[in-house]
Design a protein around this ligand. Structure first.
Ligand SMILES: NC(=O)c1ccc[n+]([C@@H]2O[C@H](COP(=O)([O-])OP(=O)(O)OC[C@H]3O[C@@H](n4cnc5c(N)ncnc54)[C@H](O)[C@@H]3O)[C@@H](O)[C@H]2O)c1
Length: 357
């Protein structure tokens, strides 16, 4: 019998929608989907459809109390639909809001007036093994609440957002002391701005270019980008995105990297512009400008499927504390930064049981 993984979702926005749909889309290997979009169809013996969603948390009136199969399509979610999702018999549970809804989101969402559940009780009742954190950027207090409840309930925490948990010694020790693994922080999209930008910087450096300056501008038309109009919530996102690129050069490069604007009609598409300027042979100039357009939520879903599969193997092998290889491969702000190719090598060695972190 194949391994099943019992997963809870915190934040039923576009990313959760893409992930749930993705596990259905890849429920069997067909000519259309085999070999497209996944690191591997089966990783460590686990296939996408082996991920079972057993609990879901949100705060929005349009999602709380609904079956997860309906909540993922509720407004203001606006990502594309790739498959039909049958009833899942998992109701979205109301959680305390904490700082999850900022001044911009509060104009777009109505908070459910149902009573908030204790997340640890729900995680225990549903025998959740792994919780995925998909809250809005800037949800520091709320993220810490979910991380603590995972510690209380004996659940692995995977953090898709730029609040620093898996990359912070205090939290690493807390998970280690409870013999639980954690991974994060801030999911690095499959072919998104970060992996592209860090790979380009590494390539320029490896090929002897001295980079003088670089920027990465990003825009989108979903609630993630609307929330990020609030500069006060952006501090950790800028740190996460900037460090991922800066870590690829042995010298300091003047750079500006981060979310840049909300463009409503882009919906869940994200447009990114990357520019690099430098000098190479004979001190002559070189410039590169590129544009990338992607469906943002789907860009993170395959990566999270890999992170879940890796974390399940860690649980089965009784590995605890921060999962370094998984985090370097799947996240922008991991405990240890690596080039993309190094991270992939380490990740696959971890999956094969050749390394324990
Ligand atoms: N490729 C990507 O899309 C990508 C990449 C990196 C990071 N991320 C991050 O992933 C996160 C999720 O992205 P998204 O597009 O799904 O966002 P979203 O705004 O669509 O969804 C966030 C959800 O969290 C809910 N929420 C707010 N406070 C909550 C609380 N206290 N408890 C439970 N739920 C709460 C909101 O109601 C909403 O449904 C964001 O932080 C985003 O920056 C996404």
């Amino acid at each position: 019998m194949r391994k099943k993984v019992r997963v809870a979702l915190a934040g039923i926005g576009n990313c959760a929608s893409a992930l749930v749909q993705g596990t259905r889309y890849y429920s069997s290997a067909t000519e259309n989907n085999h070999g497209i979009g996944l690191t591997a169809y089966s990783l460590g013996g686990i296939q996408p459809a082996d991920i079972e969603f057993v609990a879901a948390f949100d705060v929005t009136d349009s999602k709380v109390g609904k079956d997860l199969s309906e909540a993922i399509f509720a407004k203001p979610n606006n990502t594309v639909t790739i498959t039909k999702v049958d009833k899942m018999d998992v109701k979205v549970t109301k959680c305390n809001v904490f700082d999850g809804v900022g001044k911009h989101l509060s104009q777009k969402l109505r908070i459910s007036d149902r009573p908030a559940a204790d997340v640890a009780d729900v995680l225990r009742d549903t025998k959740t093994e792994i919780l995925l954190n998909y809250l809005p950027v800037g949800s520091r207090e709320a993220t810490q609440y979910y991380a603590k409840r995972c510690l209380d309930a004996g659940v692995c925490f995977i953090n898709a957002i730029p609040v620093f948990i898996a990359s912070t010694p205090q939290w690493q020790n807390a998970f280690q002391n409870k013999n639980l693994p954690c991974a994060g922080d801030d999911v690095m999209s499959q072919l998104g701005a970060t992996v592209l930008h860090k790979t380009l910087v590494k390539l320029f450096v490896d090929r002897g270019v001295k980079i003088d300056e670089t920027y990465q501008l990003n825009m989108g038309g979903d609630m993630d980008f609307y929330n990020m109009l609030d500069d006060e919530r952006l501090e950790d996102k800028r740190i996460s995105k900037t460090k991922a690129v800066a870590a690829m050069a042995p010298y300091e490069i003047p750079m500006r990297v981060g979310p840049s604007d909300f463009v409503r009609f882009l919906e869940n598409d994200k447009v990114c512009y990357i520019s690099l300027k430098g000098k190479y042979f004979g001190n002559t100039p070189i410039e590169l400008d590129l544009k990338l357009r992607v469906v943002d939520a789907y860009n993170s879903a395959g990566v999270m499927i890999d992170a879940v599969r890796g974390a399940k193997l860690a649980l089965d092998r009784s590995i605890s504390g921060p999962l370094e290889s998984i985090s370097a491969y799947c996240f922008k702000h991991p405990p240890i930064h690596m080039s993309y190719s190094q991270a992939k090598t380490n990740f696959l060695e971890f999956i094969e049981g050749k390394r324990d972190r």
